[in-house]
Ligand binder design. Structure first.
Ligand SMILES: Cc1cc2nc3c(=O)[nH]c(=O)nc-3n(C[C@H](O)[C@H](O)[C@H](O)COP(=O)(O)OP(=O)(O)OC[C@H]3O[C@@H](n4cnc5c(N)ncnc54)[C@H](O)[C@@H]3O)c2cc1C
Length: 381
């Protein structure tokens, strides 16, 4: 199916992202797996090449592109390399900047956005806590007013870019009596006394991403680091989650599509009983189904990207794209592993890693159950 949402300019951006993957990322793939993170110099190079500042206005060092399709093509190319790099870069450059661009004061924008665009300030967003992520309104990290500052206490977990983060958007409870309306966003900076980036968590997949716990012990956060009005943190997050979810959907489809293409080639090359394994009717039909699934998912996600580029994507449609694409991705990659036989279970094959990496996409960015909850509510239940 020809895709019709991208024009020449988007394809030029795709070409430069693909070039970046080939020249800068691919030769260091093993290094990133061993380090369980993306080295600083790669962050800086990605910034230099303009992949981080798409949502950031030019006056603050970004590209000031008001067209989400550019973000989407970059996400697709990073996901074709691997899902972890796409998620780390995506949180930094797709998820976090809109918070500061939309909610930040002039001074905050000047302080943080140029470094985010250049890759010098790695950003993370910390909502989830050890006690729970789905019920965001029940978060327990507290920030108590003390003169011109907030005293922050608590901890966050599973935070993407958490280990390397220089700057973290932290959701904290500033008014215990107000539930969701008692949550405020605070910008916590590396080096603040009492802020500790915890260990890199030992995950089942996404090896290259430095997912970490974050600890806050009496961290004095100046009020000038408050992002947006007091008590508006929950609403601010709800308003920006659709972008995170459509970004996740783009990555899910692109990632599965890349591995499926490799699997189809494998099924042509690998022989059993004197013929390519793909020639057995069972496998041929299976691959026909998988290609169809991917293309149908891609068409829906493309529509969501186009709608989001026009500012018209609803939270419910973003939820549909997120849960469906992650389910399709997991289904497709499971079959891709099977088609690789024993090699599909070996880490040296990309398919094995991709299969492990994909599992979390049904859990994060709002679990698939929470996505269905949102869709169900929209149906009137
Ligand atoms: C690798 C990784 C990276 C992540 N990155 C980040 C990050 O950068 N920032 C961040 O803030 N968080 C991040 N997360 C956290 C992620 O968003 C949460 O794990 C997710 O929201 C689920 O929260 P939980 O783990 O506390 O599960 P819980 O909320 O405890 O849920 C447990 C189970 O119960 C189900 N459940 C909960 N409520 C309902 C309901 N109402 N109806 C039906 N089922 C329900 C859930 O779907 C899930 O299956 C990351 C997680 C991982 C694993």
């Amino acid at each position: 199916m020809p895709r019709n949402i991208y024009d020449e300019d988007h394809e030029a951006m795709r070409a430069s992202a693909r070039e970046f993957v080939t020249r800068t990322l691919a030769p260091r793939a093993d290094e990133m797996i061993a380090a369980k993170s993306i080295p600083r110099d790669i962050w800086l190079e990605a910034g230099k090449q303009g992949f981080f500042g798409l949502d950031i206005p030019e006056e603050f060092g970004g590209a000031g592109v008001d067209d989400y399709r550019f973000n989407a093509v970059v996400a697709e190319e990073m996901s074709r390399f691997n899902a972890a790099t796409s998620s780390c870069f995506g949180i930094h450059s797709d998820v976090c900047p809109p918070y500061i661009v939309d909610l930040g004061t002039e001074e905050q924008k000047q302080r943080w956005l140029p470094g985010m665009a250049s890759g010098e300030l790695i950003c993370a967003i910390a909502m989830t806590e050890p006690s729970g992520g789905s019920d965001l309104a029940a978060l327990k990290t507290t920030a108590v007013r003390d003169g011109d500052a907030w005293i922050l206490n608590g901890s966050k977990t599973f935070i993407t870019n958490g280990y390397r983060a220089d700057l973290v958007i932290v959701a904290a409870r500033t008014d215990p009596s107000k539930g969701a309306k008692g949550i405020t966003l605070l910008m916590v900076e590396r080096g603040m006394e009492g802020f500790v980036n915890g260990r890199k968590l030992d995950k089942v997949g996404m090896d290259e991403s430095d997912t970490a716990e974050l600890f806050f012990e009496n961290v004095r956060v100046p009020d000038e680091n408050r992002l947006g009005p007091e008590g508006m943190g929950f609403i601010s997050m709800m308003q920006r989650l659709p972008q995170e979810r459509v970004g996740a959907a783009v990555s899910n489809v692109a990632h599965a599509k890349a591995i499926l293409e490799e699997t189809i080639q494998y099924a042509k090359d690998r022989k059993a009983f004197g013929q390519p394994i793909g020639a057995f009717q069972h496998n041929k039909f299976l691959m026909a189904e998988l290609v169809t699934k991917i293309e149908v998912a891609e068409a829906y996600v493309d529509d969501c990207v186009a709608a989001h580029a026009e500012g018209k994507l609803s939270a419910v449609d973003a939820a549909k794209a997120k849960w469906w694409s992650s389910q399709v991705q997991n289904d497709v990659l499971d079959h891709c592993v099977q088609l690789h036989g024993g090699y599909g279970f070996m880490n040296e094959y990309r398919v094995a890693r991709a299969w492990r990496d994909a599992r979390v996409t049904k859990i994060w960015a709002g679990s698939n159950e929470i996505m269905k909850e949102l869709i169900g509510r929209d149906l009137g239940f």
